[in-house]
Design a protein around this ligand. Structure first.
Ligand SMILES: [Fe+2]
Ligand SMILES: [Fe+2]
Length: 265
């Protein structure tokens, strides 16, 4: 059933080589299809959403992630059935595999921030189709009757960054927001210890996120959304009340230009 799938996940029982279901219902499902290479510097969470005959890949990842994610998607559907790729920002660990996906299927639509649209052709030689998210956000209806809310979250960390709220599952696909360092010896997808989670997140958020003002604005924008889980592009998924614990921490975190002493750099 839908609600229990993510709640039941335990780090010790995860198969890093397999597809990991996070939300299952008749016409709307989400899976982890990310990468786990022991020698990878930055390990990426990619997510597959299957909804009413459409298939959406969130954060497809870098060049080396194409094959493992392709293989995992193939366990569930034909990769020809992928209709959309959603990228939160322009970084290579998010976008560098796009060319491989489009070479395979040029009909895939790329959902990305409007701000990065003109840079996307530098990742590929193919003429791609886009759905562009302006600073004011974009609501995308789903085939099942659900909806994705693409919400601008600028300077976290990219100037044109977006997050996506899935109104069916209540999952917030948060890109680098909430990203954490990972262990090299085993896959961990859920949080076992909050103090340990904070230690893994702090350095990244202090240096990579734009400013405390940007963080606080994001947290205010999320207020009122019925978020059941937050799924970052790296590290562990926040479940239930862990989401609000993260928001409370992030809203006042000295980060970016508020963290660096720019006058002495
Ligand atoms: Fe990034
Ligand atoms: Fe990233």
């Amino acid at each position: 059933m839908a609600e229990g799938t993510l709640q039941r996940l335990e780090n010790g029982a995860l198969d890093a080589e397999g597809v990991i279901p996070l939300y299952l219902s008749d016409d709307h499902s989400l899976y982890w299809v990310g990468s786990f290479g022991e020698d990878e510097e930055i390990r990426c969470n990619s997510y597959l959403m299957i909804d009413g005959g459409q298939a959406w890949v969130f954060e497809p990842g870098g060049l080396a992630h194409f094959q493992p994610t392709f293989d995992k998607v193939s366990e569930l559907i034909s990769p020809f059935e992928i209709t959309h790729m959603v990228v939160s920002h322009q970084d290579p660990d998010v976008c560098a595999s796009l060319a491989s996906w489009l070479q395979f299927n040029p009909d895939i639509q790329i959902v990305c921030p409007d701000l990065w649209h003109r840079f996307m052709p530098h990742f590929m030689v193919y003429h791609a189709q886009y759905q562009l998210v302006p600073d004011t956000g974009l609501q995308l209806p789903l085939a099942s009757g659900g909806q994705l809310d693409c919400i601008s979250a600028p300077y976290l960390h990219s100037p044109g960054n977006i997050v996506v709220f899935d109104r069916v599952s209540g999952f917030l696909l948060s890109g680098d927001i909430g990203a954490a360092a990972v262990r090299s010896d085993r896959l961990e997808l859920v949080i076992d210890d909050w103090a340990d989670q904070l230690a893994r997140m702090t350095g990244f958020h202090q240096r990579y996120m734009g400013s405390t003002r940007a963080a606080a604005a994001f947290v205010a924008r999320m207020r009122g959304l019925p978020i059941t889980a937050m799924l970052p592009q790296h590290g562990q998924i926040f479940r239930g009340e862990e989401v609000q614990r993260f928001m409370a921490w992030f809203a006042t975190l000295p980060c970016g230009v508020d963290f660096l002493d720019l006058d002495t750099q």
